[in-house]
Design a protein around this ligand. Structure first.
Ligand SMILES: [Zn+2]
Length: 112
């Protein structure tokens, strides 16, 4: 094994020994915890229901669904398009928005 790869392996093993898990797992959780901490400092409540969000029920949500939007790439990472919500509130809203996006508003269907 090349010397630099061996050093990385030792570093990785040391990290795992100290953290008790993979560094990437611990780092992901740290980033989520920091985000939650700072969001709580701002007093932000759930985008949909307006209630407090506990750490274990806190999701990042896009105000405008980016997936089927012509400007989806920009909307995905636009900070002005980001908000926070409970996971259930987020899921229910995404499903409703997906249903609305599938049917163009200018098309008439039988019975309308
Ligand atoms: Zn909610």
């Amino acid at each position: 094994m090349p010397r630099s790869r061996q050093a990385e392996s030792v570093k990785s093993e040391r990290r795992r020994a100290v953290l008790g898990e993979a560094w990437s797992t611990a780092n992901y959780r740290l980033n989520r915890d920091l985000l939650y901490h700072y969001v709580q400092l701002t007093g932000v409540r759930c985008w949909h229901c307006g209630k407090h969000m506990p750490r274990d029920d806190f999701t990042i949500e896009h105000k405008v669904n980016w997936l089927n939007h012509p400007e989806g790439k920009r909307l995905f990472s636009d900070p002005d398009n980001i908000t926070f919500s409970h996971s259930l509130c987020n899921t229910e809203n995404s499903s409703a928005q997906d249903r609305r996006n599938r049917i163009p508003h200018n098309i008439k269907y039988e019975g309308e």
